[in-house]
Design a protein around this ligand. Structure first.
Ligand code: ADP
Ligand code: MG
Length: 537
């Protein structure tokens, strides 16, 4: 810390500055620590983490991004690593642990090169070159898949769920996931994940998870006098309140005699009656509105045998619109027959201690619901996360129409190709590219270690298989022997790998290029100072 001998007054009091090598090492250390934390969860044999929030809520998970978010990491470089996980989650929905572990290893190996007096600028240039080349190699190595290859899509879904709580029911869940995706795909085969609602309900078992060709709303019918179940209903979707006009209540009404009050109320009732008549005239017998429904209107609708829900979330209304194939109307005037949606049935059902509305058996719904079931809150939460991962993987595979084998195979193949690319380079960048290649091997190595096996022999064996042209040779974590990941059905979207390599290398380069950390003094929260991580120079 000799650079800091003289106090400098360019910064306000309480600021904290770390420069040069110590800033760099400090950041690398933090990033490595974060990566190390999630490393044990990677792969089918990975362990889970139990996270306890400040309110004492417990989450048990194997999901990288969930762990990192709940940890509330404060160190700025650590936070950058958390960001990778979030990007990965947004872009693909899976592969968060892979991305973070890779970033940690890239930095760990960089540190070694820094010790050899290789300048960070050279190092980051080499990493960038390797990352670019890696994208090319990955794309060349990938296999094709499309919407007609249901079998492969199911295997992709299953791989995403392997080793999670969902594993026990992965056959069934993967079928549900693929059916859901194919159902909402449009003619061109493009898919909007927003059209798949994943709803959870505690109770029954994981096996009872089901695909509902329609939407499940966490809403009950507004009036107990309404029918509880309707077959082949005609459905009206509204963005209109079925209430006396709001603004009128703002206006002051001068009432001096009881009779005036009565006529005011009569007028209001007349208006509400009119609303109901307009609905009845459309021939609809189910009404969903984003807004409210007046008590009196509820009563009248019930008398007419109409099923109604109020204050339905906008996102749910949009899904409903796609499921029952009808628009959301902003006015009750001029409603035509085409404006009504259809479904096989609409009914209310009590699940656990909640009444839910099912809009089910829609003819060709472009929005569907996966209703996740399981014995406890922790179980349904973790199953939901696994189902969302699997959905993300299937959608990502279809977006690029490309997939790769898993089980560490793509990382090993990538490492091999990058090493031969390095041979074409000269100078110190070559060292950086080799170090990048070595870093990729952390993925198969971790898969083996997490299975409680010794990585040395199997990695050597795998590398020689790759040298002999077996690009999909990966780790069988159950036997500790090599396997052909493709043949074993351990398959993942190409995008998991391209995105993981991209964000891991970007953040590694970014962290390597920092040589000065200036933290402004904070009045509160004293325990987040950079120096807490210090002392490793
Ligand atoms: P991430 O958050 O990165 O998705 P996971 O815990 O889901 O982490 O682990 C993903 C890794 O596990 C991938 O490298 C994948 O290929 C590997 N994997 C999944 N299923 C198997 C399997 N049956 N055998 C070996 N490796 C597997
Ligand atoms: Mg995963």
């Amino acid at each position: 810390m000799s650079e800091q001998m003289q106090p400098i007054f360019i910064l306000p009091e309480g600021s904290n500055r770390t420069t040069g090598k110590s800033a760099q090492r400090n950041n690398i250390m933090a990033a490595k620590l974060v990566a190390e934390t999630v490393r044990t969860t990677l792969g089918p044999k990975g362990m889970d983490k139990m996270l306890v929030s400040s309110l004492g809520e417990v989450t048990i998970t194997n999901d990288g991004v969930t762990i990192l978010e709940e940890m509330n990491i404060e160190h700025p470089a650590g936070k950058m690593i958390v960001e990778i996980a979030k990007t990965q989650e947004q872009e693909v929905g899976d592969g968060t642990t892979t991305a973070v572990v890779l970033a940690g290893e890239l930095l760990k190996r960089a540190e070694y090169l820094l010790d050899q007096n290789i300048h960070p600028a050279v190092l980051s240039k080499g990493y960038q070159m390797a990352a670019e080349k890696a994208q090319q190699i990955l794309k060349q190595m990938a296999e094709d898949v499309d919407i007609n290859n249901k079998d492969m899509l199911r295997k992709i879904a299953m791989t995403a769920m392997t080793g999670k709580g969902a594993e026990v029911a992965k056959e069934k869940l993967s079928r549900i996931v693929v059916d859901a995706v194919l159902q909402v795909a449009d003619e061109e085969g493009s898919i909007d994940m927003n059209n798949i609602k994943v709803e959870k309900q505690i109770g029954e078992s994981i096996e009872d998870t089901s695909l509902i060709k329609g939407i499940v709303l966490d809403k009950e019918r507004v009036h107990k006098g309404m029918p509880k179940k309707l077959d082949n209903p005609k459905i009206l979707l509204l963005n209109v309140g079925l209430e006396p006009r709001e603004t009128d209540t703002e206006a002051k009404i001068q009432i001096t005699q009881p009779s005036q009050l009565q006529s005011f109320l009569d007028q209001e009732q007349k208006m509400l009656l009119e609303i109901v008549n307009k609905i009845v005239k459309t021939d609809a017998n189910v009404v969903f509105t984003q807004k409210g429904i007046d008590d009196y209107v509820q009563h009248l609708l019930a008398k007419k045998g109409i099923y109604a829900c109020r204050r339905v979330k906008q996102s749910d209304m949009e899904k409903l619109s796609k499921a029952v194939n009808s628009p959301i109307l902003a006015s009750l005037d001029d409603i035509s027959f085409e404006d009504l949606g259809s479904a096989g049935k609409v009914y209310e059902q009590r699940i656990g201690d909640e009444d839910m509305t099912y809009v089910q058996d829609c003819a060709n719904p472009k929005a569907v619901t996966i209703l996740v079931r399981g014995g406890t809150e922790h179980v349904v939460d973790e199953i939901k996360r696994a189902v969302v991962d699997a959905l993300g993987d299937v959608v990502a595979s279809l977006r690029d129409k490309k997939f790769v084998g898993g089980a560490g195979a793509p990382e090993l193949e990538l490492a091999r190709e990058l090493r031969s690319y390095a041979e074409s380079l000269s100078g110190r960048e070559q060292l950086a590219v080799i170090s990048f290649a070595d870093s990729l091997e952390i993925i198969p190595k971790t898969l083996v270690e997490n299975a409680g096996l010794d990585p040395i022999d199997i990695l050597t064996e795998l590398k020689s298989l790759h040298d002999s042209g077996q690009k999909w040779a990966g780790v069988n974590v159950f036997t500790g022997k090599p396997m052909n990941s493709l043949e074993e059905g351990v398959v993942e979207p190409l995008r998991i790998k391209t995105q993981a390599v991209k964000s891991a290398s970007e953040v590694a380069v970014m962290i390597l290029r920092i040589d000065d950390v200036i933290a402004s003094g904070r009045t509160q929260s004293p325990n987040n100072s950079m120096n807490n991580m210090g002392g490793m120079d």
